[in-house]
Design a protein around this ligand. Structure first.
Ligand code: GLC
Length: 652
């Protein structure tokens, strides 16, 4: 693409803009449009250039960006400018997130707002509110089947609640993350209803087919996401008498991004929520955005181009807003959602570190860090200005998404090892205290994932039932251990609501027909606030977990070595039970923190002299940042308690 072509097109577009847009003072907007236009035009042309109405669609695209810019509130525009100046702001170790359901955490949005103090008490300053948009009364995949993208579901509040919540959060120094479900809509969405009623325009928003010919071609290479509750990837719609692509549930219709109208609508919606005050937008199921016969319809190159285009466009209107890629895919694929073939992130600045999450669960079950170390060694380096969302669990099932080659390198047989993990976490393995349930079992492939809360999966539920104090202590230590690793790895730790007080599985969903088919509800709790109050009572389980995490967050924020500038190096301890890495302070050479974690249920030692000589080379005493304690080194060796961890640094 010649830049001259872009320039002249931009001039034509500006001439064609509506008078109400042209009249405004859009200085910042035009600067950003000029800077991004070449990329926007190239991408849009790559995706839609063959269409006769290409130029008309381009005008519409610019109109959407401009109209949303005009609607953007002044305080948000100021934030944009500040963040452009300090563009690495989100790489700081100051940010700690929590994901939560409005209903389960605060009843409704006002209730959530009233609980912001609770999050701050813990040290959390980024809140990801799970989907709050209007969705069907019956099954809605926890809000991921949206029937109206521009309104809040009446069960959690109203649209007018969102901006004041965001404003209050900003005043408190907190960030708001909202979901935009970009891959599909509910079958009750107005577009789907119009498609059903026979409107061709809206049938073109989806993948709609008269018969099974094309669907069968797709099916031959597409995996199933919910093989038990929603087998296959197409659903026959009785009213329309056509087949619709429904990769997730049969009531979730996949949007067709080969239609530019769909792209423009969804960009408008993303910007709409950015204008409600969202600092971060979580883009759901991004791996699925492009469908091509003969492929798995995941991670296609065009899916990346769409995300790049979304980013470039949103940078014109709302440059302070970040994107999270929710792409729970193979390790080498995840990394691409920061931006394929780029140096700095140009798709999503943040991505779920699903690989690390799965590896942590492996280490807990096996009591060693062999696969964890191997998996992290194989994890490709990420781009600059990109950061991980590190999490132990989220509202979804836990998939064992690590690489088979790494399993082999760690000394296991992939199939048998995965089966062991499923058996372990579902409590079928002899001696396992875990209380999970298998999710998404696929008899054709042998694949399965795991549901259950953190506390129940690490044995706290079992230990509490048997009143076994040692087992209770070990489960609490395990909960703290895995949190210590998401806090120190590099990236934004994303806690999951309820884990901070050891919430166990909730089995009440079995009684609700709209949820009973989906055991992920087992770990989507209603917080029992009387239990949460026990966090202030010394010695309770709630207090031990809550105060541990609280202390971790405080210690973490004081150490710039924990900021995320690709400043992590794995450390070989020679002891398979230990996972260790060094974090270097990117702003102060020589200032480093050594993170060591013991996955065994017994104490484990290693030689600090051999593993991290440079830490010992300097004089002075070593200190554990978390506990504040000075450490006793016997001949350069260090012993970690069962499921213990250290964040070691020179005493200042
Ligand atoms: C994402 C969500 C998950 C949902 C799916 C379909 O993976 O996290 O909960 O089922 O998308 O929207």
């Amino acid at each position: 693409m010649y830049e001259q072509v872009s320039h002249s097109l931009l001039n034509r577009i500006l001439d064609e803009l509506k008078p109400e847009i042209l009249e405004r003072d859009l200085r910042h907007f035009y600067t950003r449009l000029g800077a991004n236009f070449y990329a926007i035009h190239s991408l849009f042309h790559h995706l839609y250039g063959q269409r006769a109405d290409f130029e008309k669609q381009m005008v519409r695209l610019v109109e959407v960006m401009a109209s949303q810019y005009i609607r953007r509130a002044d305080d948000l525009k100021q934030l944009d400018v500040q963040r452009e100046l300090d563009h690495n702001w989100f790489l700081s170790q100051q940010w700690v997130g929590m994901a939560l359901y409005t209903g389960g955490f605060g009843g409704d949005l006002r209730g959530v707002r009233a609980r912001l103090g609770y999050l701050q008490e813990l040290g959390v300053n980024m809140m990801h509110i799970m989907p709050i948009l209007e969705c069907p009364k019956g099954a809605s995949d926890g809000g991921y089947a949206v029937s109206n993208f521009r309104n809040v579901d009446e069960r959690v509040g109203q649209l007018a609640d969102v901006a004041p919540l965001a404003r209050e959060m900003h005043q408190r120094g907190m960030l708001l993350t909202l979901d935009v479900v970009v891959n599909h809509t509910s079958d009750e969405h107005a577009w789907a209803q119009a498609a059903r009623a026979g409107e061709k325009k809206y049938q073109d928003y989806y993948y709609v087919f008269d018969n099974r010919d094309v669907p069968d071609m797709f099916e031959s290479t597409m995996p199933e996401i919910f093989p038990e509750s929603a087998p296959g990837n197409f659903t026959f719609d009785g009213t329309m008498k056509k087949w619709v692509m429904t990769v997730f549930h049969n009531y979730q219709w996949d949007l067709n991004y080969s239609n530019p109208a769909v792209f423009i609508e969804m960009l408008d919606i993303i910007l709409f929520w950015a204008n409600q005050g969202a600092d971060i937008v979580r883009l759901d199921a991004v791996a699925f955005l492009w469908k091509k016969i003969g492929t798995t319809c995941q991670n296609e190159r065009e899916a990346h181009l769409i995300l790049q285009l979304m980013k470039d466009c949103s940078q014109v209107t709302a440059p302070g807003v970040l994107f999270i890629a929710e792409a729970i895919v193979a390790p080498v694929e995840i990394i691409k959602y920061f931006g394929e073939d780029a140096v700095i992130a140009k798709e999503c600045e943040i991505a779920y570190n699903a690989t690390y999450m799965a590896l942590l669960w492996d280490a807990v079950a096996t009591r060693n860090a062999k696969l964890l170390t191997q998996g992290i060694r194989s994890l490709p380096l990420k781009l600059e200005r990109a950061t991980w969302l590190n999490y132990v669990r989220c509202h979804d099932d836990i998939g064992l998404g690590f690489d088979d080659n790494d399993i082999i390198r760690a000394g296991y047989q992939p199939l048998a090892h995965r089966r062991f993990l499923i058996d372990y976490y579902t409590g079928r393995y002899a001696g396992s205290p875990a209380r999970g349930l298998p999710f998404g079992q696929n008899d054709k492939t042998g694949d399965a994932r795991i549901s259950g809360t953190l506390a129940s999966l690490v044995g706290l539920e079992t230990a509490l039932e048997s009143k076994d104090e040692d087992a209770i202590a070990l489960s609490i230590d395990t909960i703290l251990l895995v949190h210590s690793l998401i806090m120190s790895f590099g990236g934004i730790p994303l806690l999951y609501y309820g884990d901070e007080i050891g919430t166990i599985n909730d089995r009440t969903f079995f009684d609700d027909a709209t949820k009973a088919y989906d055991n992920r509800w087992m770990h989507r709790p209603n917080i029992d606030w009387s239990k949460a109050d026990l966090r202030h009572q010394k010695g309770t389980v709630e207090q031990r977990i809550f105060s541990g995490i609280q202390r971790m967050i405080a210690a973490r924020s004081s150490a710039a070595a924990f900021a995320d500038y690709n400043n992590r190096e794995l450390v070989e301890t020679g002891n398979p039970h230990l996972f260790a890495f060094m974090r270097d302070n990117p702003f102060q050479p020589g200032d480093a923190v050594l993170v060591v974690a013991n996955f065994d249920a017994g104490p484990q030692s290693f030689s600090l002299r051999e593993a991290a000589p440079r830490l010992l080379a300097r004089h002075g005493q070593l200190q554990d940042l978390y506990s504040g304690a000075a450490l006793d080194l016997h001949d350069g060796a260090l012993t970690l308690p069962p499921r213990g961890f250290y964040w070691l640094r020179h005493r200042r």
